[in-house]
Design a protein around this ligand. Structure first.
Ligand SMILES: [Zn+2]
Ligand SMILES: [Zn+2]
Length: 412
């Protein structure tokens, strides 16, 4: 138990809180993106399994993996109907896997509280009032409504009670999830087992569910799989764009974390770090899927994330020439691949530039003539805002050493 306390203390230091900047996680495997103006960037995995359906691990392992990955929220979404371990693990209460996962976090909170009280008694720091902001991980009660097509597999998260969702008719199950205020989305719509051509396509049932406001999101990314058609469906029907791990085994093995990989996940832009704010973000569709090195989302969500991730550190001219040396910092987990769309060319790069994650990259811009202000524009190839569509990153570089000549020109 002591070991857990120390582990928790370390984690709490790295949990983002309102008003504070994200700090570099001590553990480099943690998924890390900067906040965007007005919102916290929360890292969420909304689709995971345990031994309480067809997963291979006890729910506490899902929590430990999520903490290592720096997740803000984790949904436990065991299949309601598909129960291959039911003889070994009978569980008439379908909330059981969520309860066990939530208990792990509660116990961590209790230990932390105890430690904080001891410290307070010793005259050290005051215990933090805002509990939810300090929860090491928000666990979402969820379930996978597991049916043949249509509707296929449907996840419901932010449920109040999984048991009433266990009914014969899939439409009734989806209705019950909505009655509980859950966020409901279509899983792996391009899964070849249910759609042999792997082309995601709405059926009449899906159209009706969307028209009635009962289906709110769609997995554009599931585990290692991506679907352009699912992205187009999300855009055409105002569904949240989601990426999930759908993990059954171990995150480390499925996503090769030791080799530098990461789970597929969803970035959620929420006003604070609470279940309520996450629910609101889902309703407003403020999500971006994080898949391999790629960010997938609507322009209004991807663009601020790119701008929050990349910034100019310095810009200075070489001695007696007009080559501008620009340092660009990337504070995100994504290695950005940019294609030059400006009038300038570069002395040390082709039109393709890679800005590695959490690093500063230098670029030599041939400006022709020394000047104060230069506009660059890049196509961001590792961000996708619609099928085959990449956003642009436009930036204006101001060269401090040239500020005076700029003032002189303006004075003339
Ligand atoms: Zn499924
Ligand atoms: Zn699943």
């Amino acid at each position: 138990m002591r070991r857990l306390c120390c582990f928790l203390a370390l984690l709490l230091m790295t949990v983002p809180v309102a008003g504070a900047q994200h700090t570099q996680h001590a553990d480099s495997r943690a998924i890390e993106f900067p906040d965007v103006p007005g919102y916290h960037t929360l890292v969420c995995d909304l689709h995971t399994h345990t031994v309480f359906s067809d997963g291979s691990v006890w729910p506490d392992i899902r929590v430990q993996e999520a903490l290592r990955d720096g997740l803000d929220c984790l949904a436990i979404t065991d299949h309601i109907e598909y129960q291959p371990h039911i003889e070994d693990i009978p569980h008439p209460d379908r909330n059981r896997s969520y309860d066990l996962a939530a208990q792990v976090v509660e116990r961590m909170m209790e230990d932390e509280q105890e430690e904080a009280e001891n410290e307070e008694a010793e005259g050290e720091e005051e215990a933090d009032e805002n509990e939810e902001e300090n929860v090491p991980l928000l666990v979402l009660r969820g379930a996978e409504i597991t049916r043949a097509m249509p509707p296929g597999h449907i996840n419901a998260v932010l449920l109040g009670d999984v048991n009433p969702v266990r009914v014969d008719s899939s439409a009734d199950a989806i209705r019950e999830a909505n009655r509980q205020g859950a966020f409901v989305f279509w899983n792996h719509p391009s899964w070849p087992a249910q759609k042999p051509d792997a082309i995601a396509e709405l059926t009449d049932m899906h159209r009706e569910l969307i028209a009635e406001g009962l289906l709110h999101g769609i997995e554009v990314v599931n585990e290692q799989w991506y679907s352009d058609e699912a992205l187009q469906i999300a855009l055409d029907h105002n569904l949240a764009i989601l990426g999930t791990s759908d993990i059954h085994g171990l995150i480390d093995w499925t996503f090769d974390v030791p080799g530098g990989g990461h789970r597929s996940a969803t970035l959620v832009f929420a006003t604070d770090r609470s279940l309520e704010a996450i629910g609101e973000a889902f309703r407003m569709r403020r999500t971006v899927a994080w898949f391999k090195d790629i960010l997938i989302g609507r322009p209004e969500h991807v663009q601020p994330l790119i701008e929050a991730s990349l910034s100019i550190k310095t810009a200075e001219y070489g001695e007696d020439n007009s080559v501008l040396h620009v340092a660009i910092e990337n504070t995100s987990d994504a290695a950005f691949t940019l294609r030059n769309r400006s009038e300038y060319t570069f002395a040390d790069a082709t039109d393709l530039i890679v800005l590695e994650a959490h690093a500063v990259t230098w670029l030599e811009v041939k400006t022709g003539e020394r000047g104060f202000r230069h506009d660059l524009v890049f196509e961001v190839l590792n961000a996708v805002t619609a099928p085959s569509t990449h956003p642009e990153w436009a930036l204006t570089i101001e060269v401090e050493e040239m500020r005076e000549s700029e003032a002189e020109e303006e004075g003339e």
